[in-house]
Design a protein around this ligand. Structure first.
Ligand SMILES: Cc1cccc(C(=O)NCC2(NC(=O)c3cccc4nocc34)CCCC2)c1
Length: 246
C-alpha cells in the first residue's frame, strides 16, 4: 500500500511513519509513505501557501494553487489512482471499521490542513472523503494523518508478529482490552491475579474475556451496546456485574 501525505510538515510525517510497526512495514516494503509539501509548489518568491480569509476575520486559509500543484505531482508520481482524504473536524469520525476498509486500498492520499483550513473549492474538486479523529481543536491535520498511517499501516499483511496480531484481534471483538501484568508477581503496588499464574489456559481466557466485558460495561457502555454478545459472554458479564455491585 502507498500513502501520500500532503503536508507543510513533511519531516514530522516521515518521522511518524519511520518508527515501530509502521517503520518496519516500510522497511519490508509492505507500505510506502511519501510526503508532498505545498510550499515546494508555491510559485512566488516568498513561497506563499496561505492567504487572507475572504470576508474578513482572523486567520489565514491554505491557497488553492500550491495544493493543486502538490496533488498533481503526487498523482503523477505513481500510476494507481489515490483515494484522497482530507483530515478535518468536519469529517466523519474515524472508526476501526473504516480503517479496515481503507487498509484494503492500493493507494490513499492524506491532505493535512493548517491555519484555519483549506479553500473550500479545492476540497470540492480534489477530496474524496473527509475524516476526523475526534472533537477537539488541533493545530493541523497531521496528527490525524499519523493516526491513519499507523492504524492502516499495521493492518498490512505481514506487518504484525503473532503477539501483535492477537492484540490487534482483541479489539476486533469491539471490547476494551483486559488488564495486563508482567513480573514481579508481588510488588509494593499489589499482586498479579492468581488465575494468571495458574497455568489453566481456559480459566485465563475466561478471566480475560470477563475483564474485557466488565471494563467495557463500566467505561464504554456505548461500545458494549454495539456488541452482539453470545450466551456465554452475557453470562460472564452478568457474573462481573454481580461481583461489581457487591
Ligand atoms: C472541533 C473543532 C471545531 C472547529 C475547528 C477545529 C480545529 O481544530 N480546527 C483546526 C484544524 N483542525 C483539524 O485539522 C482537526 C481537528 C480535530 C480533529 C481532526 N481530525 O483530523 C483533522 C482534525 C482544521 C484546520 C487546521 C487544523 C476543531
Amino acid at each position: 500500500m502507498r500513502i501520500d501525505v500532503v503536508t507543510l510538515f513533511p519531516d514530522f510525517m516521515r518521522q511518524c511513519a519511520a518508527v515501530g510497526v509502521v517503520g518496519r512495514a516500510q522497511q519490508r516494503q509492505l507500505l510506502q509513505v511519501e510526503t508532498w509539501n505545498p510550499r515546494d509548489y508555491a510559485t512566488d518568491n516568498y513561497r506563499t501557501v496561505d492567504g487572507r480569509t475572504c470576508g474578513g476575520g482572523p486567520g489565514m486559509v491554505m491557497l488553492i494553487e500550491p495544493l493543486r500543484a502538490a496533488l498533481k505531482a503526487m498523482r503523477e508520481a505513481a500510476p494507481e489512482p489515490a483515494h484522497v482524504i482530507y483530515l478535518s473536524p468536519q469529517g466523519a469520525r474515524l472508526t476501526q471499521g473504516r480503517v479496515e476498509a481503507l487498509a484494503t486500498l492500493p493507494r490513499i492520499a492524506l491532505l493535512c490542513g493548517r491555519y484555519e483550513g483549506v479553500d473550500e473549492r479545492l476540497l470540492a474538486h480534489e477530496v474524496d472523503e473527509e475524516l476526523s479523529i475526534g472533537d477537539y481543536v488541533l493545530s493541523g491535520g497531521e496528527l490525524g494523518a499519523a493516526v491513519i498511517i499507523d492504524a492502516v499501516g499495521r493492518l498490512q499483511e505481514g506487518a504484525l508478529n503473532d503477539a501483535q496480531s492477537a492484540e490487534q484481534d482483541s479489539f476486533s471483538n469491539g471490547l476494551l482490552d483486559c488488564p495486563h501484568y508482567a513480573k514481579p508477581v508481588h510488588d509494593a503496588l499489589g499482586d498479579v491475579p492468581d488465575v494468571l499464574l495458574s497455568g489453566d489456559h481456559a480459566a485465563i481466557r475466561r478471566w480475560r474475556l470477563k475483564q474485557s466485558l466488565g471494563r467495557t460495561w463500566l467505561r464504554r457502555p456505548d461500545l458494549l451496546a454495539q456488541c452482539a454478545l453470545d450466551k456465554a459472554s452475557r453470562a460472564l458479564l452478568e457474573e462481573f456485574r454481580r461481583e461489581h455491585s457487591r
